[in-house]
Ligand binder design. Structure first.
Ligand SMILES: [Ca+2]
Ligand SMILES: [Ca+2]
Length: 271
């Protein structure tokens, strides 16, 4: 029978529509897959030598790039002081949430002793929150911490949702002194009474040398502290790994595409 006869025109049009539906569904699948939610595992490592510095839990956020908790040479404010003096982040986390409500925030681990590691896995929208910000208290100290000054310093995801950096390394020269509490071993976390403080009224600056002034003191973990740090000493590493998370809606579209293709195949067999 010639193809131009009316009896075959309608089925051909139907088959074309089914094929178009399948193609649309498959295109939707591949498009959404490139910006899929990422299941991210964060692993933190204390790289300090035995009996050296320890770290409070890591406070972090994946975000849009707007939350800035402190500036080199600026007076420390409540959010970063809540990390630097005692490590709780009790003001840092709410300030982050207020500045960037759709950021994905959390903490990793507990007290991180020299040589120890801790890990956390969570789901991130890489298009909404491509940047990573962190802050953690260094102990023993009165007001020392690690963290990024610029909120856009660490872009973790590219526009397609792929990981751009596998790890962030910190050296001793990158340790901050918040300048908010006077150096005093008797009032320092991990070796003294963290509830005590004397205001320093200074500014945020780099400072690791002062940590050696705690040498010989017994820490809360029972070891005798020895800083042993030089400017280039590795002290901390944050590692990232990520895998895409298939979304329920994506699989529904993919399923619809497969069903349409199967229907097309059946029609062809019957024809
Ligand atoms: Ca800053
Ligand atoms: Ca200080």
């Amino acid at each position: 029978m010639p193809l131009s006869t009316p009896s075959l025109r309608a089925p051909l049009a139907t088959i074309s529509m089914v094929a178009l539906t399948a193609l649309t569904a498959l295109t939707a699948f591949s498009t959404s897959a490139t910006a899929a939610t990422q299941r991210v595992t964060i692993t933190v490592h204390n790289l300090a030598a035995a009996n050296g510095i320890a770290f409070a839990p890591l406070h972090f956020g994946f975000h849009s790039g707007v939350f800035d908790a402190f500036d080199l040479g600026g007076v420390a404010t409540a959010p970063i002081i809540s990390v630097a003096e005692g490590g709780s982040g009790a003001a840092w986390q709410p300030a982050f949430a207020a500045a960037d409500p759709t950021a994905s925030r959390g903490t990793v681990g507990g007290l991180l002793l020299p040589g120890a590691s801790a890990t956390l896995t969570l789901d991130i929208d890489p298009a909404l929150n491509p940047f990573f910000t962190f802050a953690s208290m260094v102990v023993p100290s009165n007001d020392f911490f690690i963290g990024n000054d610029s909120p856009t310093r660490y872009r973790v995801f590219d526009a397609a949702g792929s990981l751009l950096i596998g790890q962030i390394d910190q050296q001793a020269r990158q340790i901050w002194d918040a300048g908010s509490e006077v150096f005093d071993p008797a009032a320092a976390a991990f070796v003294g009474n963290n509830g005590l403080r004397t205001a320093q009224n200074s500014v945020v600056a780099f400072n690791f040398a002062e940590l050696a002034a705690f040498n010989g003191l017994t820490t809360g973990a029972g070891y005798t502290f020895t800083s042993g740090l030089t400017a280039a000493s590795d002290v901390y590493r944050i590692e990232f790994s990520a895998t895409p998370v298939p979304e329920p809606g994506t699989w529904a579209l993919f399923g619809a595409g497969l069903a349409a293709v199967a229907g097309l195949a059946r029609r062809r067999r019957r024809g």
